[in-house]
Design a binder for this molecule. Structure first.
Ligand SMILES: [Zn+2]
Ligand SMILES: [Zn+2]
Length: 195
């Protein structure tokens, strides 16, 4: 579920709003869509809290692809996810957020061969896209590459974050749920629109 958050600062009058997380995908040349790994940031160009894409290291993706439960997804043998494998996958989808995968794993609460196949296919797309990507990660609103990424804890939004203008602490206050629309970007992060 996506929420509209109000942003306030404890040291200055700054206030703004951000929708988090987005249903955000790359529209790939192959015709597939790939979820964007998104995180909250302070964008210096937008001068506000925005969502930026995050580029994982290729080794991180390959480590996930080599988990036995994912690597052997199609071999037809019965599988049991280990607690470590579940945790590794949940960490990958939580933050930076892969929103629909995150919802899938947290709402279904099932771990069987379907989850292995979904992960294997998603990671293959993610891997190929990452190899072809040339631009730096950017703000999904303005395309700027100068931003301060926020980290999030298990609460899925930052409990608080630094406001670079004044050194105060930014808080996120949920205002209301928002019905998600799918937004598309090119594989280099240029906005395409709703689709
Ligand atoms: Zn401030
Ligand atoms: Zn921006």
């Amino acid at each position: 579920m996506s929420y509209l958050y109000q942003i306030i600062c404890d040291r200055c009058p700054h206030t703004s709003e951000v929708q988090w997380p987005l249903w955000a995908c790359y529209s790939l040349a192959s015709g597939y869509t790939l979820e964007i790994a998104q995180r909250l940031c302070w964008c210096h160009n937008c001068n506000g809290v925005r969502i930026a894409e995050s580029l994982a290291g290729i080794e991180h993706i390959e480590r996930l692809q080599n988990l036995p439960i994912i690597k052997n997804a199609y071999d037809g043998e019965p599988k049991t996810w280990s607690e470590d494998e579940k945790k590794t996958v949940l960490d990958y989808v939580r933050y930076p957020r892969l929103n629909h995968l995150y919802n899938h794993f947290t709402h279904w609460k099932r771990w069987d061969v379907r989850q292995s196949v979904i992960m294997k296919n998603s990671l293959a797309l993610h891997h190929d896209w990452l190899i072809g990507r040339t631009m730096l990660p950017c703000c999904l609103t303005c395309g700027g590459t100068e931003f301060l990424p926020f980290s999030a804890d298990d609460q899925e939004v930052p409990a608080s974050a630094l406001h670079p203008h004044c050194g105060g602490a930014i808080s996120f206050i949920p205002l209301r749920k928002i019905r998600e629309k799918r937004y598309l970007w090119s594989s280099e992060g240029e906005p395409i629109g709703i689709g």
